[in-house]
Design a protein around this ligand. Structure first.
Ligand SMILES: Cc1ncc(C[n+]2csc(CCOP(=O)(O)OP(=O)(O)O)c2C)c(N)n1
Ligand SMILES: [Mg+2]
Length: 457
């Protein structure tokens, strides 16, 4: 503590006394320039996460969408947990009093209830809470309070089905053990949480669910414009690759996951307590480096696919080439570089379009067919390593997230109704088959069309 005037006088005197200051400033300039290069490196490193379209939503993308959706005068109140770290890393508050957190004390519930305090204090400013699913469930009584006091606040529930920050600490410090930090059904292992949007509605609060990054900003804008208490339950979790890794982990395997998207990869690795290695299947070097880093492994699964399609006569060559580059050549590169132990397996994931083509997707049909033929050929050439393909039917996974929401829901509902099993597939269905390929020593050169019965309708 000091008197400002006295303190500034003392500082001035001290500055005058230090004659070599310019020299030091020059040296510091160099250091600052160096830091700037680190900053640029970092920006390049994290750039892909900002455009990641996967569902459940990439946390980095979520932070960006939240930041973009908030008007300049909004107050964002964060709770305590990993979501808080994502917000601090990737939100850029527009004025000094617009991002409120409680970093020192760190009480869960601060953001859940604190947003109402913010609204009391600043009734003319939009007030938005970003809070964890864990904290929200602890303090869900706020829903009633907001109604009783007519407080038009917005809760964005960062729903990662876990006390994720604590789970990460447990996994990191306790040799991978965890206790009571992961929310799941004890019998099926499926992730569990209450339906927060329905919970909100039961209290007279508007409640919606968002599972696509592209819908998050609009939901927040709508929530603010509604001018009444509003809850947005946002899904943050897994696709086919991740389901397989999750199941393998549950079966006791040591799992290494690789992906082009570093942020998502880290989130997944954290979720699974798996080793993560960033890799890009479209690059020979990157794939070779990945397998040099892994060393010999028992099983490899390739799920990578970035599909670009269009009407055959007009689709750009660049698009169809990039589809082959990722889906077909990606698998080829992995098969070439992976050092799989004898009796181990390589599983490729193709897709129903190879045998049930649809208009405007010729390149995907071709890539899938080529993958299936490749797997058969490799079953011969790479023996005693076993090579198989699973061909999923219509699955509700992140890859479909690029479709417009209504079209996607409509398509999934229609498909489900037409299938003998009455539902579309989920990542876990495919994962189960992949694991069975790994475990069944008699399976090689096999293609399993796993499509809920689409082939017989
Ligand atoms: C009242 C209180 N209890 C426990 C903790 C310890 N703690 C810090 S973060 C956290 C988990 C938060 O989970 P969630 O709200 O889902 O946020 P996430 O980390 O998953 O984003 C816990 C238990 C705390 N900070 N405050
Ligand atoms: Mg959580």
């Amino acid at each position: 503590m000091a008197d400002v005037r006295t303190f500034l006088r003392q500082i001035h005197a001290e500055l005058d006394r230090r004659a070599d200051l310019t020299k030091k400033a020059d040296a510091r300039k160099k250091w600052l320039a160096q830091i700037d290069t680190y900053r640029q490196e970092w920006d390049k490193f994290v750039a892909p996460g900002f455009s990641d379209d996967t569902t459940p939503i990439n946390p980095q993308r979520a932070a960006l969408e939240i930041d973009k959706a908030l008007p300049e005068n909004a107050i964002l109140v964060s709770d305590i947990g990993v979501h808080h770290n994502w917000l601090l890393s990737f939100c850029k508050p527009k004025r000094p009093d617009s991002l409120i957190g409680s970093m020192g004390f760190g009480p869960m519930g601060f953001g859940v209830a604190g947003v109402m305090g913010a609204k009391f204090a600043a009734p003319d400013r939009p007030c938005v809470s970003v809070c964890g699913d864990g904290a929200f469930f602890m303090h869900a009584n706020v829903l009633g309070t907001a109604v009783e006091y007519n407080l038009p606040v917005v809760w964005v529930v960062w729903n990662n089905y876990a006390y994720a920050s604590i789970r990460g600490l447990q996994r990191g410090y306790l040799g991978g053990r965890e206790l009571a930090t992961d929310f799941h059904d004890p019998t099926t292992g499926q992730r569990y949480n209450p339906d927060f949007a329905a919970m909100a509605r039961s209290c007279g609060v508007e409640g919606v669910r968002v599972d696509r990054a592209g819908d998050l900003g609009e939901a927040i804008r709508k929530g603010i414009a509604a001018n009444k208490p509003y809850l947005i339950d946002v899904d943050i979790a897994a696709g086919i690759g991740l389901s397989t890794a999750e199941m393998a982990k549950r079966e006791g395997a040591d799992v290494i996951i690789a992906s082009r998207n570093v942020e998502r990869l880290d989130a997944a690795a954290d979720k699974l307590n798996a080793i993560a290695i960033p890799a890009d299947v479209t690059s020979d070097d990157s794939v070779a480096k990945l397998f040099r880093a892994c060393g010999p492994v028992d099983h490899v699964v390739v799920t990578a696919a970035q599909l670009r399609t269009g009407p055959f006569k007009t689709v750009a060559m660049e698009d169809v080439r990039s589809t082959m580059e990722g889906k077909f050549w990606g698998a080829w590169r992995v098969a070439r570089s992976a050092e799989i132990r004898p009796g181990g397996s390589l599983t490729l994931v193709s897709g129903y379009l190879s045998i049930r083509p649809r208009p405007n997707s010729a390149i995907v049909s071709a890539a899938n067919g080529a993958l299936e033929s490749l797997a058969r050929a490799l079953a011969l050439e790479l023996a005693p390593v076993r090579v198989n393909t699973v061909s999923p039917g219509i699955i509700d996974t992140p890859i479909r997230a690029a479709m417009p929401e209504e079209a996607r829901r409509d398509m999934l509902a229609k498909t489900a109704a037409a299938l003998p099993v009455g539902r579309v597939g989920v990542g876990e269905d495919i994962a189960r088959q992949i694991l069975s390929f790994m475990a069944n020593g008699f399976a090689t050169g096999s293609i399993v069309y796993l499509d809920g019965g689409a082939l017989v309708t």
